[in-house]
Design a binder for this molecule. Structure first.
Ligand code: PLP
Length: 376
């Protein structure tokens, strides 16, 4: 039983079929001028249009297909910071961003940029007032996540975007790796400039993601070469991966509200069970966070021991962000949210998906409670 869907989801059969069919039938180089090349290019461009339309970004935005959110984050942050450095070198992000954002800011700091790391409220979100106070005339880029990957906190993008646009000329980049495909993201209604996501978070393929950015925005690429993807990401584009991403996004957004309601009910059941176990504290907000993510700290028991105990019963959860699970014990996110090193060292994450069923949740709740009792 898998409860680590915030780390990745299984690819949907339909997505795999699309990937296979495009690879078999339209494998020509999409940049070639011959007929098979042009057909492959057509599919690539169709996927681009579909992705933009599913995100309310038909007007004024471009989509670049990338290898995932890590690459998109690197490209957006580095690209925007360097593009506007003649205007200013002050950048803003938050303390709870994914490492693929935080470490890019750290590297920019070593290159002479000044970075303000915003704290978060105890529900894990950025306080708009803190952001307003941090804005300066030389601020050129603000990067904040939509949904936090460890505690599920949802930043108020409409308020943050409005505030940024009314008080600065800065570019607003959003890492939406944990929201795209799960919650509605409509760029026509948000004042967001750049948006990052990964397909494998919503039943797409690993090594596949996108960056959405303003049509008029030019920035330095990370990869130089043949000038593909508007000159911003060189290398032969992959129509099969692009078509699979568009398919995954379309399917995951079908009946998204029903899926959200179902997952919310499952989350409630888990939270109820957790609150009945002594010395278990929920990290982040129970009611306002993403229904897909639950984070709690179990006092006095190492999270690895709980993970191991559950794993032996065929139940899989995670400790800190999966990408850094082998490097760190303390969760920087839980520390920033709760202010407690104890809780940060004892946190576990349970993450759900639309394919999670009640029976699995019941088994998880019962097993978790038994294991914690046994370990005490
Ligand atoms: C919020 C967030 N941003 C970025 C990433 C990086 O995504 P990928 O590993 O697909 O590049 C993840 C993956 O866990 C994430 O949760």
């Amino acid at each position: 039983m898998y409860f680590d869907y915030a780390a990745t989801t299984p690819p949907d059969d339909e997505v795999l079929k699309t990937f296979d069919a495009v690879n078999r039938n339209f494998w020509a180089n999409p940049h070639a001028l011959h007929r098979p090349g042009m057909r492959a290019e057509q599919l690539l461009e169709q996927a681009r249009v579909q992705v933009l339309s599913l995100l309310g970004a038909e007007n004024g935005f471009r989509c670049i297909f990338t290898s995932g959110a890590t690459e998109s984050n690197n490209m957006a942050i580095r690209g925007a910071a360097n593009r506007f450095k003649s205007r200013g070198r002050h950048l803003i992000t938050s303390a709870v961003e994914h490492p693929s954002v935080l470490t890019v800011f750290q590297s920019l700091e070593s290159e002479g940029f000044e970075v303000t790391l915003l704290p978060v409220l105890d529900n894990g979100t950025v306080d708009p007032e803190e952001l307003k106070a941090a804005l300066r005339p030389d601020t050129t880029l603000i990067s904040l996540m939509h949904v936090n990957n460890e505690v599920g906190a949802i930043n108020d993008l409409p308020t943050l975007g409005k505030l940024i646009k009314e008080n600065s000329n800065a570019v607003f980049h959003v890492d939406a790796a944990q929201s795209v495909g799960k919650l509605p993201v409509d760029l026509s209604k948000l004042r967001v400039d750049m948006l990052t996501f990964s397909a494998h978070k919503f039943y797409g393929l690993k090594g596949s993601g996108a960056l959405i950015f303003p049509e008029k925005m030019v920035f330095k690429p990370l990869l130089y070469g043949g000038g593909q993807e508007f000159g911003l990401r060189s290398g032969t584009a992959d129509p099969a991966r692009a078509a699979a991403l568009a398919k995954a996004l379309r399917l995951s957004l079908e009946n998204w509200d029903e899926k959200l309601a179902k997952v919310s009910r499952l989350k409630c059941r888990i939270v109820e069970a957790l609150t009945e176990i002594p010395d278990v504290e929920i990290n982040g907000s129970i009611d306002e966070g993403s229904p897909y993510i639950i984070n709690c700290s179990v006092a006095g028991i190492k999270p690895e021991t709980i993970l191991q105990g559950l794993s032996e019963k065929g139940i899989y959860i995670s400790t800190v962000s999966a990408c850094s699970a082998r490097q760190t014990i303390e969760s920087g996110v839980v520390r920033a949210v709760t202010g407690s090193p104890e809780r940060a060292q004892h946190s576990i994450r349970i993450s759900l998906a639309s394919i999670t069923v009640q029976k699995e949740v019941d088994t998880l709740c019962a097993t978790l409670s038994t294991i914690i009792e046994m370990l005490r």
